[in-house]
Ligand binder design. Structure first.
Ligand code: CP
Length: 314
């Protein structure tokens, strides 16, 4: 897969240098956001969210405002999509009002690439179906690098780090983007889940390890990323019961003691509290969950600034 550098549609295929450029710019922006307040001056970004979102949508809003850009909001619930208008006709229509970039979230994998194929402006994938969520992976990697005080531009930034991704990997675009990003940056990534929550074709992720028992891998993890169980995407029962899932794969309060000293816990949100992670861990000093939320603004600013300035800002 050859990435099209005009857009950010996926992490898969991006070079380590491209990831480092985004992460390094995120760091610079966080250190002094006042230097970047005019980057999108006179430009407008369409927030084309056709699927629910709190964090991604609001952090894109904040990022656009901080870069001095204008926001074009789209409300799918009161739009003519509900009358059967296609996504292509819809985006071509909105384009006539003037827009310089698009952030798109859609429940169908590939929708951002489809939109990008008919537009001459940069498109950012804000999460598509079970495919990818590239800006989530950037903010997750940024958060870990910041916490571990690692320079994003050093060789193999995640060298010697073991990152365990636990839960509903099958449905998770967050997991897919993070697997590509974290392994490219040098981490050992271990997927941990019941068999039914793992993708059937693991050869798509040749660099990962798999461990079915959380208790066996937990003491080796430098970071544990819990994933939301996506009940809305399940066609049949993939776990026998929530209680059993929590017992074997939940970051329960009891498992806090199994973590090695200094290990951190993450979750992209929204969280099913008491299922994937207990409040005793989610709200503890080992949790980076709210830091992930905050850092979403800086990393999305970096993406919008890079694409909006055709790379001139790296
Ligand atoms: N992590 C994430 O994408 O959250 P939202 O669905 O709230 O945007």
């Amino acid at each position: 897969m050859i990435p099209d550098s005009r857009h950010l549609l996926h992490i898969r295929g991006l070079s380590v240098e491209t990831l480092q450029t985004y992460l390094s710019l995120s760091q610079k922006i966080k250190q002094d956001p006042s230097k970047y307040t005019q980057v999108l001056k006179g430009k407008s970004v369409l927030q084309f969210f056709i699927e629910n979102s709190t964090r991604t949508r609001m952090s894109f809003d904040t990022a656009i405002r901080k870069l001095g850009g204008g926001i074009i909001s789209f409300s799918p619930g009161i739009s003519s999509l509900n009358k059967g208008e296609t996504i292509i006709d819809t985006i071509q229509t909105i384009k006539q009002y003037g827009m310089d970039m698009v952030a798109i979230r859609h429940s169908s994998s590939g929708a951002p690439a489809l939109v990008a194929s008919v537009l001459d402006v940069p498109v950012v994938n804000a999460g598509d179906g079970q495919h990818e969520h590239p800006t989530q992976a950037l903010l997750d990697c940024f958060t870990l690098l910041e916490h571990w005080k690692i320079n994003p531009t050093q060789a193999n930034p995640f060298k010697d780090k073991t990152i365990v991704i636990v839960g509903d990997i099958f449905h998770s675009r967050v997991a897919r983007s993070n697997i590509h990003a974290m392994t490219t940056l040098g981490a050992r990534v271990v997927l941990c889940a019941p068999q039914t929550f793992l993708p059937s074709d693991l050869s798509l992720f040749p660099k990962v390890d798999v461990e079915y028992k959380l208790d066996r891998i937990l003491p080796h993890a430098d970071a544990v990323m819990c994933l939301r169980i996506q009940f809305e995407r399940q066609n049949d029962r993939q776990i026998p019961s929530k209680q059993e899932y929590r017992h074997f794969w939940g970051m329960t309060a009891e498992r806090k003691h199994a973590l090695k000293s200094g290990a951190v816990v993450m979750h992209p949100g929204p969280v099913n509290r008491g299922l994937e992670i207990d409040p005793e861990i989610a709200d503890s000093s080992q949790s980076l969950i709210l830091k992930q939320v905050e850092n979403g603004v800086w990393t999305r600013m970096a993406v919008l600034a890079t694409l909006g300035s055709e790379g001139a800002l790296s």
